[in-house]
Design a protein around this ligand. Structure first.
Ligand code: C2E
Ligand code: MG
Ligand code: MG
Ligand code: MG
Length: 285
């Protein structure tokens, strides 16, 4: 039944079958790049005071020939486990740089934010791959930001520092993704050249209840903002779904936000249309 057209997630939650399903997906991942089964979706990140799009996060999408769309939460770990994340990650970087260059040509100076897996980041050639992608697509480095997980930041601190230093020197931005869900040591964070903290959406979810803003949740977000301030980092709040959440985050002074309230991840053409709406022709360079 896992071969059927309507087989998306239909397998019973029996762990043996699930394992078999994942084994097949992992095998299929190895050829999926050659078969052009991947695309990127693009989600705006807006400046909260003005509502303007300042960055765009590139999110990988896989349409499996028989199972249909597979969530990155499912296939990224499989791609990490069998090494296919390395060529896949390089493809994402190049595709994202090409898109950002196209936006720039259309008059929109928005950064593209690319998720990077720890396996990719640990490759000796990682920085060279990033620089190559920028050069190939003629993208200025300040229009690229790499999103790293707390796991990366905490691993092998010396090697990580050297890589981050190289990226900083090249002018490429860095962000810690899903901040607050991992085990970041504040001492390490202070010492690393990181530009942005992305507050995980689990903190945003509880921000406003039916009775209004929740004091403990607000206090927690406030504390993260302070940490970012002290370290000279900017903040992006993830997973903003309501106007009330946006207003609360604005009031706290959070710089940027991302979430379904503003826009869902969009195909390339949809993103460009949204940029055009967002920044009318007379205000673009
Ligand atoms: P992430 O980097 O934290 O990306 C944000 C995720 O939250 C995306 O899920 C996005 O669609 C979703 N999201 C955005 N706004 C909202 C909202 O308002 N509410 C809710 N409930 N969700 C929202 P997606 O696209 O399924 O990606 C999941 C994760 O997969 C990403 O989390 C990232 O860790 C990973 N991922 C995606 N693309 C790549 C990639 O190219 N490379 C690597 N290594 N990982 C990727
Ligand atoms: Mg991300
Ligand atoms: Mg995130
Ligand atoms: Mg997240």
């Amino acid at each position: 039944k896992s071969e059927g057209r309507n087989g998306v997630g239909v397998y019973t939650p029996d762990s043996g079958e699930r394992e078999e399903h994942h084994r097949r997906l992992a095998r299929d991942l190895r050829v999926a790049l050659d078969r052009q089964e991947f695309t990127l979706a693009y989600q705006p990140i807006v400046d909260l005071p003005t509502g303007r799009t300042v960055k765009v996060e590139a999110l990988l999408r896989w349409t499996h020939p028989t199972h249909g769309p597979i969530s990155p939460m499912t296939f990224i770990p499989l791609a990490e486990a069998n090494g296919s994340i390395v060529p896949l990650g390089t493809w994402v970087l190049n595709e994202a740089c090409a898109s950002a260059r196209a936006w720039q040509r259309a008059g929109f100076d928005v950064k593209v934010c690319v998720n990077v897996s720890v396996i990719q980041f640990s490759q000796p050639a990682f920085v060279a791959t990033v620089l190559q992608a920028l050069a190939t697509h003629d993208l200025p480095p300040h229009l690229l930001e790499l999103e790293l997980t707390e796991g990366i930041v905490m691993k092998n601190v010396e090697g990580v520092r050297a890589t981050l230093d190289d990226l900083r020197a090249a002018g490429v931005g860095t962000a810690v993704d899903d901040f607050g869900t991992g085990y970041s040591s504040l001492a390490y964070l202070r010492d690393l050249p990181i530009d942005t903290l992305k507050i995980d959406r689990s903190f945003i979810k509880d921000l406003v209840t039916d009775e209004g803003p929740s004091t403990p949740a607000m206090t927690l977000v406030e504390a993260i903002i302070r940490v970012a301030d002290v370290f000279g980092m900017t903040v992006v709040a993830e997973g903003i779904e309501t106007e009330a959440q946006r207003d609360a985050l604005r009031a706290l002074g959070v710089g940027c936000g991302q979430g379904y309230h503003f826009a869902r991840p969009l195909p390339l053409e949809g993103l460009l249309a949204s940029l055009k709406l967002d920044q009318p022709a007379d205000s673009t360079p």
